[in-house]
Design a protein around this ligand. Structure first.
Ligand code: ARG
Length: 461
């Protein structure tokens, strides 16, 4: 096939090199964006009188036909087509003949490829935001149902203080809320049209970049043509946000793996998201959680790949930049799958309230509250800490919990302890006493759930 750039060449390209340099095998997924951008560009060329109206119209019509054909039959993935941009232009030539050549007036593949990638990423970020919202909603639904479930809160994976399970689940809501913010920021910053930057320095022709930007739903145009064709930090920004999101997902998944183990037995995952073992009949494995934890590596790898491609690259366009697409596409696909799968896993999860409560009573989760109780009785905190420390040691030696101690036993450690201590270190009281803003008191958790639902327009029933 004759190359679009064939004029300067007297020999044709080596067939291995043609394969080595092609990108059509992966950038074909940009065909809709490529055609959408070409149509807007062509309309601008007509409006500016750069190409005749009738010819421009034929081009637009043919582009629409090509879009339909690709929708139905897909792209012919042949390395001789080089990339999606040249493929569509040669399809156009087959349809309208030599006037196809007018479409590329005042345009280069260097600005075209940035345009396509931005349009694609914009669409994908919106899809990811919708999936993220689904997951956040599942978490809030579960949090609402589990406000009264009391479990041990952990530090160092050791029992620390009792918390509401609703509170624990909302922690993930907040983490994902920041992920949402990062994706929205990324969307906002990248939403400037690159088209009209041409190869690297703009064009001598009287184009109207603002018209194209508006047609394509951009908030404006980029300011510097050289920056526009050289930069891919909008991709880096997305991949960074995607990596952080995956890391957050992975932590939730890790907890599901631990919590579903028989040692914890905090949660039962639904059959739909688990698999069994080919040899051990009793097994029910938390595959979704494990696999998502594993897939984080891919997305972080995608980020690192593009960072390394860009590092040390002189301005402006270099062919290295073609290596941005596979990591980007891989990250988009991976995050999309992970969000869907984890939302399903959370939706089907059943928490073992009884077990969580029993465990909340173990491991001296009431020690801090007992020390606070002593502070309430006028003892300095450091002294209270040491008294309770000695009480814990005594309990460990005698195989008891703090609340198992009789009042006389307690008084041996501190005279000021009274009968009211038992109520003060009951689970509900301990949780509800943590009323400081952002604390685990059930009242605060309920209020936060209401606030979230009001902000997001969700109803939980
Ligand atoms: N396929 C290329 C890419 O993905 C775009 C083509 C630009 N090629 C060029 N020789 N200027 O970046």
């Amino acid at each position: 096939m004759g190359k679009l750039w064939g004029g300067r060449f007297s020999k044709s390209i080596d067939s291995f090199i043609e394969e080595y340099t092609e990108s059509i095998s992966f950038d074909s997924r940009l065909y809709r964006e490529d055609i959408e951008g070409s149509i807007a560009h062509c309309e601008m060329l007509i409006k500016q009188g750069i190409i005749p109206k009738d010819e421009g119209r034929r081009i637009v019509q043919a582009l629409e036909e090509i879009r339909k054909e690709i929708d139905e039959k897909g792209v012919d993935i042949d390395p001789s087509h080089e990339d999606i941009h040249t493929y569509i232009e040669s399809r156009l030539r087959e349809k309208v003949g030599d006037i196809a050549g007018k479409l590329h007036t005042a345009r280069s593949r260097n600005d075209q490829v940035v345009l396509d990638t931005k349009l694609y990423l914009r669409r994908k970020i919106k899809e990811l935001l919708a999936l993220l919202e689904e997951l956040q909603k599942e978490l809030v639904v579960k949090a609402y149902r589990e406000v009264d479930t009391i479990m041990p809160g952990f530090t160092h994976l050791q029992h620390a203080q009792p918390v509401s399970l609703g509170f624990h689940l909302l922690a993930y809501y907040e983490m994902f809320e920041r992920d949402r913010g990062r994706l929205l920021d990324c969307l906002k910053r990248m939403n400037l049209s690159p088209l009209g930057s041409c190869a690297l320095a703009g064009t001598t022709l009287p184009i109207d970049r603002f018209f194209v930007a508006e047609r394509l739903g951009f908030d404006g145009v980029t300011e510097n043509a050289m920056d526009t064709v050289s930069s891919r930090d909008f991709i880096l920004e997305f991949l960074s946000a995607a990596s952080i999101l995956m890391v957050n997902l992975s932590r939730l998944c890790e907890e599901m793996v631990i919590w579903s183990s028989p040692e914890f037995s905090f949660v039962e995952l639904s059959d739909e998201v688990c698999t069994g073992s080919s040899i051990m009949p009793q097994k029910k494995n938390p595959d979704v959680a494990e696999l998502t934890r594993g897939k984080v590596g891919r997305v972080i790898g995608d980020l690192i790949s593009v960072l390394v491609v860009l590092k040390g690259l002189p301005l402006s366009y270099n062919r290295d930049l073609q290596e941005d697409k596979e990591p980007l596409f891989d990250a988009v696909d991976t995050v999309k799958g992970a969000l869907k799968a984890v939302a399903l896993m959370i939706k089907g999860a059943t928490f073992n309230r009884k077990r969580m409560r029993e465990m909340a009573l173990e491991g001296f989760t009431d020690a801090t509250d007992l020390a606070d109780y002593l502070v309430e009785k006028g003892i300095p905190f450091r002294e209270a800490h040491s008294i309770v420390g000695r009480m814990v040691l005594y309990c460990v030696d005698h195989g008891k919990c703090l609340s198992d101690l009789s009042l006389p036993e307690m008084k041996r450690f501190c005279e000021k302890i009274e009968e009211d201590v038992y109520e003060r270190i009951s689970l509900e009281r301990m949780v509800d006493s943590r009323k400081s803003y952002g604390g685990t008191s059930r009242e605060f958790v309920r209020r936060r759930i209401e606030e979230i639902c009001a902000q997001r327009g969700w109803s939980l029933s």
